[in-house]
Design a protein around this ligand. Structure first.
Ligand code: GLA
Length: 712
């Protein structure tokens, strides 16, 4: 790991062998980005890059540099840049403060660089933090604004980071969506101008995820350069990509500046959320694997003992609000027999909750529905128990809710509690912790089912702080629950996939991806989400058919084959399974338990799918770190007449190792270059076994999962 500063030319070179990030302090004491990309071993010739910016008609600075032709590491409007830059700060008269200069730096633990910028005339500071991770092409950035003056200042925008990238990057990938239609992949070609993606729902976002990837037209899943960016934040955010007249591409991510005004009081600090960027020269799969490793190890605390998911059964799609103790005991006993480990009691367990019009907020067990408490369910079923909660919400608008008074707009018959107010957060913590103390709970599903519509808080002075203070309240509550109940695993959810991003990962090790549980929709969404979210974090359940959102019928096998590549669980009525379905469920649960370590800690590769024109064919795989085993999932949405078949080329194996695939043995070289070859089996000449309808060629919605193991 190297964080090098060269006194002679004012160059910082961050290089851990997987990428380089090079910054330079100019004669005008401005910090500019010279390079971000593949690791390079150069520490000189940077004057040539600067010299390229020395012509043109521009503001005059002592160095003669034209800053329009350079990329400031973290610049503001005026003096050096006459465009929207990474931050905007004003004094109490509304006058913009332009003149920040490089001051000094320090290096912590040989892995974190903090560069301080100081306002020329007063002790107003910006600390730029850059953190490198050993052996990983991930760079973590954040910014702190520190006010050591006697005056307050107003921060009108503060991105978490600004990246200068080279002109070769001309494609941008983002995810767009809405309820039950999350994670559509959008690929835009970058031309001159500014492209911006913003979330303004306050609580969460289905519309865009705080993630984007920049690549060029030649980049594929396996080849070429990609830069991926993920903001560790679930509140309002903006991501912009600006390609200017000189072809310089600037990427910025951070809290949305819309309706944001932070009052930075004397002796106070404002910290932005973190953003992690990943450089890959091995296509999108290379980027994905780094994000997975980074989130698992550095954010989700895998090294601290958080491990593989338990096979869960969730009550929502099985019963919706119609739950009680007798029913759940019977349901749970059957589930236990089939191999389930965790019963998650979804919405409907608390007092006054028989539909979504009442009950949110009190968090007391409904003693009529559950006369003997949760303990009785745990004892009688032998399952671990999880509970659904929606701590940020209430059905009553009389409480301390966000909004301008009486005339609030309801959504799902509920309102958002004012989490900008510490007392509200503490009160919710007391209520939630008393339920968690009173009952044997080892898992919570934390939901948030509506956006903030009319942003107005009665408890804060500066309304421009509302959205961010709200998220700080959410994170405060999550941290308090995590500290007080370290044995409890949290899953985050927000009306399906509204928080399916990295923002809750420090607290919640998994996220519910979508209320759409149809296998065909799910394979698309899961592949997209896995672009940056580890499979351990992707909530995936097998549900009933006809599917409740799409009315589509897919085989139980296909539903399982899709759900394996995530946390894996069920959300259907186990009491209604036929004997043949029970047999299949037992097979699936055994299979998942055997392979969950491989699935959730292996290297993930997309083989066919979202990035390519595949006419509804998807394939992906996970490979163990030692390359001794792998699991491959292949899916076809619609059957095609006289189909040419599929050559699924595997990745990540050892060329010269022999692997068993079912009864047969192949070399890694064969599997990666000639592949698994799937042909059509005509339904006209084969007897169709409904249970195994998923096999290739038996009509629409087919799938297969192959386990591959090194030959002994
Ligand atoms: C949201 C979630 C569902 C379920 C319901 C309960 O819609 O996405 O999974 O928990 O709330 O009300």
């Amino acid at each position: 790991m190297i964080i090098d500063y060269n006194d002679l030319n004012g160059v910082f070179h961050l290089n851990n062998g997987t990428f380089s990030y090079i910054l330079k302090v100019t004669e005008d004491k401005q910090l500019v980005v010279l390079y971000y990309g593949k690791a390079v071993n150069i520490n000189n010739y940077f004057e040539e890059i600067l010299a390229m910016s020395q012509c043109g008609f521009s503001l005059q600075h002592p160095s003669g540099l034209m800053y329009e032709k350079l990329q400031l590491a973290y610049g503001t409007f005026g003096k050096y840049a006459l465009k929207e830059e990474a931050f905007l700060i004003k004094d109490d008269q509304g006058v913009m403060i332009h003149d920040f200069e490089y001051f000094d730096f320090k290096i912590l633990n040989n892995s974190t660089l903090i560069i301080r910028l100081k306002e020329k005339t007063r002790p107003l500071w910006i600390h730029l933090k850059y953190r490198l991770i050993h052996d990983m092409s991930a760079l973590v950035k954040s910014v702190a604004f520190v006010n050591e003056t006697n005056e307050p200042y107003e921060i009108a925008s503060a991105m978490s980071a600004s990246y200068g990238l080279n002109a070769r990057m001309n494609q941008v990938m983002t995810f767009n969506g809405t309820w039950i239609k999350e994670f559509s992949t959008v690929q835009n070609e970058l031309s001159r101008g500014r492209l911006s993606f913003t979330n303004l729902s306050g609580v969460s976002t289905h519309t865009y995820q705080p993630f984007l990837a920049l690549s060029n037209a030649q980049t594929t899943d396996d080849i070429g350069e990609v830069f991926g960016f993920a903001l560790i934040y679930s509140g309002n955010f903006t991501m912009t990509i600006d390609k200017d007249i000189f072809n310089q591409t600037t990427v910025q991510l951070g809290i949305s500046a819309f309706n944001f005004n932070w009052s930075l009081e004397p002796n106070h600090t404002f910290m932005t959320p973190e953003v992690v960027s990943v450089y890959s020269d091995k296509g999108f799969n290379g980027m994905t694997q780094t994000f997975h490793r980074y989130f698992l190890n550095e954010v989700m605390g895998f090294h601290q003992g958080n491990q593989y998911s338990q096979v869960l059964l969730n009550t929502w799609e099985a019963f919706y609000f119609d739950i009680d103790e007798t029913r759940l005991i019977e349901f749970g006993k059957r589930a236990k027999k089939l191999g389930v480990e965790l019963l998650v009691i979804d919405d409907g367990w608390f007092a006054s909750r028989s539909d979504d019009t009442s009950g949110l907020g009190a968090w007391q067990l409904d003693c009529e529905k559950f006369p003997n408490g949760i303990q009785a369910i745990k004892d009688q079923t032998g399952l671990e128990i999880g509970l659904w909660i929606e701590p940020e919400m209430t059905n009553s608008k009389n409480g301390t809710v966000i909004g301008p008074g009486e005339n609030l707009t309801p959504s799902r018959n509920q309102y958002v509690l004012d989490f900008t107010n510490d007392e509200v957060v503490d009160d919710v913590f007391e209520k939630v912790s008393s339920i968690l103390k009173a009952h044997p709970i080892s898992f919570i599903k934390w939901d948030a089912n509506r956006p903030i519509s009319e942003p107005c808080s009665k408890t804060i002075v500066h309304q421009g702080e509302l959205y961010h203070r709200y998220m700080l309240g959410v994170y405060k509550l999550a941290q308090k629950i995590k500290d007080a109940f370290p044995h409890i695993t949290i899953e985050s959810c927000s009306a399906g996939g509204g928080r399916a991003n990295a923002g809750m990962l420090p607290f919640a090790v998994s996220t519910w991806l979508s209320d759409n549980t149809d296998a065909c929709e799910r394979i698309r969404m899961q592949q997209s989400a896995a672009m940056f979210l580890p499979l351990r974090a992707i909530g995936s359940h097998v549900t009933a058919v006809p599917n409740h959102q799409m009315l589509r019928e897919t085989s139980l096998k296909m539903r399982g084959d899709v759900a394996f590549f995530g946390t894996f669980g069920y959300e259907l009525d186990f009491l209604k399974l036929t004997p043949a379905e029970e047999k299949e469920v037992v097979r699936q649960i055994d299979f998942f338990k055997k392979h969950r370590k491989l699935i959730q800690s292996g290297d993930y590769y997309r083989l066919l799918g979202n990035l390519k024109e595949t006419e509804g064919e998807y394939a992906h795989m996970v490979v163990s770190g030692d390359k001794n085993e792998a699991l491959v999932g292949v899916y076809q949405i619609l059957c095609k007449p006289n189909w040419e078949g599929m050559h699924v080329l595997l990745r990540g194996l050892n060329e010269n190792t022999f692997y068993c695939v079912g009864e047969k043995t192949y070399s890694g070289c064969y599997l990666m270059n000639i592949g698994i070859n799937l042909r059509q089996i005509f339904t006209g000449v084969q007897k169709v076994d409904r249970m195994h309808q998923g096999r290739f060629g038996y009509g629409d919605f087919t799938s297969e999962v192959f386990y591959i193991k090194k030959k002994d």
